[in-house]
Write a protein that binds this ligand. Structure first.
Ligand SMILES: [Zn+2]
Length: 496
């Protein structure tokens, strides 16, 4: 590659490919926090103008830069290269550096590059730097390219969700936001939110009843998609289980039930308030203790710290009726949570799951919010039907919000075929091919673009993204670069 007019700081001296590192280093000086990407958008705009590339922006502020084919590759189909402009701007409070102000101090630590006291922004600065370096180097053959640079990926894929799909004309997309060297990602989960709402009758608490709280805590939680196969305790479900067992031994009336902090996470904490007849309080306590022993044993291998305990609570004035309490405990039991199907393509990967993420009480209404995921869109209706049936049996309603389609692995994908061939030729071994059980921008983009997209995600090794420990493995940068250049070249050569 052409390294003539290219310079980098002493920290990056000697690193290849030089053009990539120069672009990356420039990005470390430009603020690009999510939703405030204007400085980096201006940077790309000026760069595109300098090179005579057409640039379009949609109302969601995403950019598409159109790059003509190199000589002889004009007939090849357009390939979309995609990454996100924004980064998570975390810093140690004592650090003088701040990515949100474009102050990232690069530090080399053996084979790793990191930032002094802040996030590095390799997620996803490497994608933007790679796209720019690749197309400004006239010696790399490629067909027509569209560089799709999204905004606000790190805040719920906002940019991709606002994408004007008509800006993208290519039918082949390479996403550059994967954080694992040696892995080609060919699938991810689509997602659907649901809310079961049961509005049930309440009445005044009985004379002389005591109010007790029951809490579940100490589980490890984790991401409800990519961590669902680990089997960690769901605090709302474990609490429901303890309450049902206590209810069988010492009937009580439920005052409230709440738990979970995020639709994306397995709940670690949940609490209920119960109105218990004074002469049944001891039986209630011992029933919860008995349930706690069984729950602790059930999760001994996955959540050794999980426990359910009884405490005192402020006296309640009203609670759900006996009938409503039984019905609400049943609906918590009925809501499925956990893996539902394994991937038929990849060992150990979950294809379909659902996770009860949040429970809330508002007046007489109990709301149970779940997030269901599948890479197989045709599996989702059955999951939703199960949740709808649970709502109906409990006398409640179900609200459904489909977020985006799944990205179902296509092992016969032409793009994957090219990537496998190039990878094996370059590195003398087969790449790992897999999918993820979580949402990726590619799934949202595919939902917005009005044609089938043949899609692949690749990347390099990034550890601890989103934290001041974020670091990128330097040797994997060169592997990533060679693979990307090789795929873009080979794909257009075969089709010119
Ligand atoms: Zn990213």
């Amino acid at each position: 590659m052409d390294g003539s007019a290219v310079t980098t700081s002493p920290t990056l001296a000697g690193l290849e490919p030089t053009a990539f590192w120069r672009q990356f280093e420039t990005l470390t000086t430009i603020p690009r926090p999510s939703r405030n990407e204007e400085p980096v958008i201006e940077h790309v705009r000026a760069w595109a103008a300098e090179h005579g590339f057409e640039l379009e922006q949609d109302s969601g502020r995403n950019l598409v830069v159109r790059v003509p084919a190199t000589a002889g590759r004009e007939a090849a189909p357009t390939v979309v290269l995609q990454g996100h402009l924004d980064m998570v701007c975390e810093r140690d409070p004592a650090s003088p550096n701040d990515p949100a102000e474009g102050r990232i101090a690069l530090v080399r630590d053996g084979e790793w590059l990191k930032a002094d006291g802040t996030t590095l922004g390799a997620d996803d600065g490497v994608a933007i730097a790679a796209m720019m370096a690749l197309v400004e180097d006239g010696s790399i053959p490629h067909g027509p390219l569209e560089l799709l640079m999204t905004v606000a990926e790190e805040v719920g894929l906002e940019g991709a969700n606002a994408l004007d799909g008509s800006l993208v004309t290519g039918a082949t997309l390479i996403n550059l936001d994967s954080e694992e060297d040696g892995v080609l990602t060919v699938g991810c989960a689509g997602s659907t939110d649901t809310w079961i709402r049961v509005d049930a009758e309440r009445e005044a608490c009985s004379e002389g009843a005591v109010t007790l709280s029951v809490t579940c805590a100490g589980g490890l939680g984790g991401h409800s998609g990519s961590g669902i196969h680990l089997g960690h305790a769901n605090a709302i479900k474990a609490l429901g289980r303890a309450l049902r067992e206590a209810h069988a031994a010492a009937p009580f009336r439920l005052v409230s039930l709440a738990g979970g902090k995020s639709r994306n996470a397995i709940p670690r904490d949940a609490a209920a308030v119960c109105s218990v007849a004074a002469d049944r309080a001891a039986a209630f306590r011992s029933a919860v203790e008995a349930a706690n022993a069984v729950i602790r044993d059930a999760y001994a291998k996955t959540d050794p710290g999980v426990s359910v305990s009884v405490g005192s609570a402020d006296a309640a004035t009203d609670a759900w009726t006996d009938e409503a309490t039984a019905r609400l405990l049943d609906v918590v039991a009925l809501v499925p949570t956990g893996p539902l199907a394994l991937s038929p393509d990849f060992d150990g990967l979950i294809e379909t799951s659902t996770s009860l993420g949040e429970a809330a009480t508002d007046g007489g209404t109990l709301t149970l919010h779940s997030l269901s995921r599948s890479s197989n869109d045709s599996a989702m209706p059955e999951v939703i039907a199960t949740l709808a049936a649970a709502a109906r049996l409990a006398g409640g309603t179900l609200e459904v919000k489909h977020n985006y389609h799944g990205w179902r692995p296509d092992l016969d994908s032409p793009l994957l075929g090219v990537a496998k061939t190039v990878y094996e030729r370059l590195f003398g071994e087969a790449p790992t091919i897999t999918g993820v059980h979580a949402g990726l921008e590619t799934a949202v983009i595919a939902t917005k673009v009005p044609r089938h997209l043949d899609t692949l995600a690749l990347g390099l090794q990034i550890e601890a993204p989103h934290s001041p420990d974020e670091r990128v493995s330097i040797p994997t940068v060169e592997r990533f670069w060679k693979l990307l250049v090789g795929v873009v070249d080979e794909y257009s050569a075969e089709r010119s």
